[in-house]
Every structure is written in C-alpha cells, then in structure tokens.
Design a protein around this ligand. Structure first.
Ligand code: SAH
Length: 349
C-alpha cells in the first residue's frame, strides 16, 4: 500500500505526477481510509467540526451553451425551461435567512436574459436585505467587465468549474464554440478582481483517464482556488452520454481527501451528485474531508426542472424539510451545521 506516499502528501501538500497517479490507481479501500483520516485531521485543524451551508437558488435553466454532458444544454428540446423573477429570488433569500443560511448561491445556465444590469440589481438587493450574508454567483463565462460589475454590486464569491484541466479532454466534452482558454481566462479574471473563486471537475466524465485527474490536481495546486467543487459524472437521458457509466463514488471520495491535503484551508462541498449516486454520499464526503453542503432553496415547483443529470435528489422537498433532514444527517456523521458565512480563512475579516 502507498502509506508513505500519503504521509508525504500530508506533510508537504504535494507529490510528483507519478505519485499522484500511484495513489489514484491503487484502489485498496484501506488506502482511501488512511487518506480520509489524514484529510479529517487537516480539516479539523482549520475548521473544527463545522459544516457550512450554502443556500442554492437555481434561478434559470435557460442556457446558451451546449455542453455535451449537461441536461439543460440549449440543444435539449425536451428541457422544460423556467426563469425566476427578481422577487422570487429575493424571497428564496429571505426564507433561507430565516432557516439560518448566511450564504446564497445564485446558479443558473448561461442565460442572456440576465444582463449585468439585472444581475447587479439582484445581487445588491440580496446584500441590502442581508448585509451579514455572502452572495456566490455560478452563472458561467462572462466578460471581465461583467465580473467586475457584479463584484462591485456586492458579489463575494464565484463558482466556475474548470471541468477538466486537459485542453483536449475539455474540447471533447464541449462544442466547438466553447474554449478551454476562455474558461481559464474567466478563472484568472475572477481571481484578479478579488472574488473567492471556486473551480472543480466532474469525476468519471466520458473520456477521462486518471492522467487527466493528475492534471486537475496539478492545476488546483497551482491555481489555489478558495473553493473546489467536485462530483461524479451522472448521465442525463437527453444527452449523447445517456448510456455512459456514471463516475465512481469511491474515486470521488479519494479525490476529496487528496484535495483537502493539497489545499488545507479549502472550502470543499460534499455535492448533490455524490448524494445522488450513494444515499450516504454526502456523509461520506464529510468523512473524506469536505466541510460544505449546498442544500436547495429553489421553489419546489421548479426543482425538478433544473436537471443537469438524472435522478437528482431533493427535488421534491420544501427548503425547510431539506435543511431539517441535512442537519440530522450532518449530526449523525459527527459534524455540526453552523450559522456563518463560512468564508475562506484568508478572506476572514
Ligand atoms: N452554467 C454554470 C453553472 C451550472 S452547471 C456554469 O457553467 O458554471 C454546474 C456544474 O454541474 C457544472 O460545472 C458541471 O460540472 C456539473 N454538471 C453538469 N452536468 C453534469 C452531469 N451530467 N453530471 C455531473 N455533473 C454535471
């Protein structure tokens, strides 16, 4: 077993590409357990047993992009499209605040309807009503000016997964009008502007090899994002990848532990996709080193329509039910949900 390699990783926060590849290809469950133990220790050193919650508001499933893996890509004529109005978004925020959320994540497809003016108004309204809350945006690739404008309106954080750090693999997952270079340009702009930035990748996306994941780890180590979102690929029936196998839960958990060791202070969610493939996926994610969960605050009527992949969980519940269930789950896993913005340590005022 690669025990010494794990020890080296937890002492130095880095490994050679060959060593990363060794770790990823060794599927001994004891190795994963050992990695998880080390990752837990590091997580607890920086964040204790605290789990931060992010209220996810999926406010539009219109999208101009046609990412091959995604259920809301523009080419999917069967998707039932919706947009929330500004008042609906604000009232999701108000309800979330009552439930103890201190971060709201506005996520959507790349919907040109939401111009900079409209987005800036929504962000500043949320911040005016809840000055003690953070607003995170997850609305895809935009111009630097647009990112600046939204930052000035009060947005604190931005999630934009890089999806894969291998250019050729990126091109195979996306249509020709999307580019790896623009994705990277966006991430660099977001960081320069001053956002807490999140990137991340799907695990087990079609065509992915372990070597690609090693490149992802290298990229994360160099870019040093404040947040990293990873989850297993889950096929969607209306995509060309409908019959591709889903990503591995075990490999995702192992990567969560490795990422915690590479970036000790990172904000790392146990994602919904993980909970979709394994009923205890999110609990296992916390045990592997994650410290964030992102319950859904979207109105129940639209939840089933924000279908990036099949069998997505928590599409039938009210937000209040969702948070009650998760609070129990997190407690049973030995952690505590806290009422806090949950900033990255380097951004704490
Ligand atoms: N449009 C925004 C955010 C919405 S998609 C953006 O581009 O950033 C959020 C994330 O869901 C994507 O970054 C992708 O990594 C993930 N996702 C999309 N389709 C998926 C699938 N079939 N399985 C697992 N994750 C998926």
């Amino acid at each position: 077993m690669n025990i010494e390699t794990v020890d080296k990783l937890s002492e130095t926060g880095d490994l050679s590409d060959e060593e990363f590849l060794f770790l990823l290809s060794d599927d001994n469950p004891e190795l994963s357990e050992y990695l998880a133990k080390k990752a837990q220790k590091v997580r607890e050193k920086h964040y204790g047993k605290d789990v931060y919650i992010r209220g996810l508001i999926e406010f539009t499933n219109f999208c101009k992009n046609n990412c091959k893996y995604c259920g809301i890509r523009c080419g999917n004529k069967n998707a039932d499209r919706y947009r929330l109005g500004p008042e609906e978004i604000i009232s999701c925020g108000d309800m979330g605040y009552e439930l103890g959320f201190r971060t709201f994540v506005l996520q959507g497809g790349e919907d040109p309807y939401f111009t900079d003016d409209k987005m800036a108004d929504i962000v500043s309204a949320l911040k005016d009503r809840h000055p003690d809350c953070a607003v995170t945006l997850s609305i895809g690739e935009r111009s630097r000016e647009s990112y600046e404008r939204l930052f000035d309106a009060g947005a604190d954080r931005y999630l934009l997964r890089h999806e894969t750090a291998d250019k050729a693999h990126y091109e195979s997952l996306h249509p020709a009008d999307m580019s790896f270079d623009n994705r990277m340009r966006c991430l660099n702009d977001l960081r320069d502007i001053g956002y807490q930035v999140g990137c991340g990748m799907m695990i087990g996306s079609p065509g992915q090899r372990l070597e690609h994941l090693v490149r992802d780890l290298r990229f994360l180590r160099e870019f040093k994002p404040q947040m990293v979102g990873i989850g297993p690929f889950v096929p969607h029936h209306d995509t060309e990848y409908a019959h591709m196998p889903a990503g591995s839960v075990e490999l995702t958990l192992k990567l969560l532990s490795i990422i915690r060791l590479i970036l000790p202070e990172v904000l790392l969610p146990a994602t919904t996709a993980l909970g979709t493939l394994d009923p205890l996926g999110r609990e296992k994610g916390l045990a592997a080193g994650a410290n964030v969960i992102m319950p859904n605050l979207s109105p129940t009527e639209v939840r089933g329509k924000y279908l990036l992949y099949d069998n997505k969980i928590c599409t039938g519940e009210e937000a209040a039910e969702c948070i009650r269930c998760l609070t129990m789950r997190v407690k049973n896993a030995g952690y505590d949900i806290v009422e806090d913005r949950g900033d990255h340590l380097s951004f704490k005022k």
